[in-house]
Write a new protein. Structure first.
Length: 249
């Protein structure tokens, strides 16, 4: 078993998100950008998974049989759609308040999701394994990305796949994601992001490769003010999403 003595949890980040926990499901609240982004993320994930696992995308529940970890699940914005698509979902988050909100919202549905108040390192210690890991807008909030990615690698079954979405560390991302989103448009509370913690695609690829994962395709995600929606693009200057795989035995 891998060494898990290093903690990747940034308590300041946990405190920040815990203070906003009761706002997760408010489409006009501080998590509005994630509500807008969610449909694009879901389509991207579904398309990649159906192709990767050779599943008929027309199936009502194409993710049936796949054990999926939504790490840093927050209030469950992505966990619930994955469960609707048939996935056996585990949502993990180090914030007790986030998990409480996720469980409360889940109780209003007929979905089955296993929500756990834990970090990736704790899941490793428990010997958990998954076919799919959703690592969405999380790595820019952890303390030690190298250890975090290594933990995710350990949690992934051989032949498994992990999706990663985060923010590039560029001048454009500082202008759009910090100044624009937090100070001018006020889409996000001030201090939600620290630009110095943003991760360049080349850095992310290196972290994944060093842990034993195989980087695959990376795409940009751009917001369209006219349509009030997000699109997948080839521009990775601000938001981007990609997937990495684990070699089969």
């Amino acid at each position: 078993m891998m060494e898990t003595s290093k903690n990747t949890i940034d308590q300041n980040e946990i405190n920040n998100f815990s203070s906003l926990a009761n706002k997760w499901w408010d489409p006009d609240g501080p998590f509005k950008p994630l509500h807008n982004l969610n449909p694009t993320r879901i389509i991207y994930i579904k398309n990649i998974l159906t192709e990767y696992y050779k599943i008929d995308s027309k199936e009502v529940k194409p993710l049936q049989g796949l054990r999926i970890l939504d790490i840093g699940c927050g209030g469950g914005l992505l966990s619930e759609p994955m469960a609707r698509l048939g996935g056996k979902v585990v949502g993990a988050d180090p914030s007790e308040k986030n998990i409480a909100v996720a469980k409360t919202h889940l109780s209003q549905t007929n979905l089955k999701i296993d929500y756990i108040n834990s970090s990736a390192e704790q899941l490793v210690e428990w010997g958990e394994k998954f076919d799919v890991i959703l690592n969405m807008e999380v790595i820019e909030h952890v303390q030690n990305i190298e250890v975090f990615i290594s933990s995710c690698n350990y949690l992934l079954n051989p032949g498994g796949i992990m999706f990663v979405a985060t923010l590039n560390r560029t001048l454009k991302s500082y202008i759009f994601a910090i100044i624009g989103a937090e100070y001018i448009l006020r889409w996000l509370p001030k201090g939600t992001h620290n630009w110095n913690n943003f991760v360049k695609p080349s850095e992310l690829r290196n972290y994944c490769s060093q842990s034993g994962l195989i980087p695959q395709d990376f795409k940009g995600m751009s917001f369209s003010p006219m349509g009030n929606n997000w699109n997948i693009t080839n521009n990775l200057e601000v938001n981007y999403i990609g997937h990495v795989t684990k070699k089969n035995l």
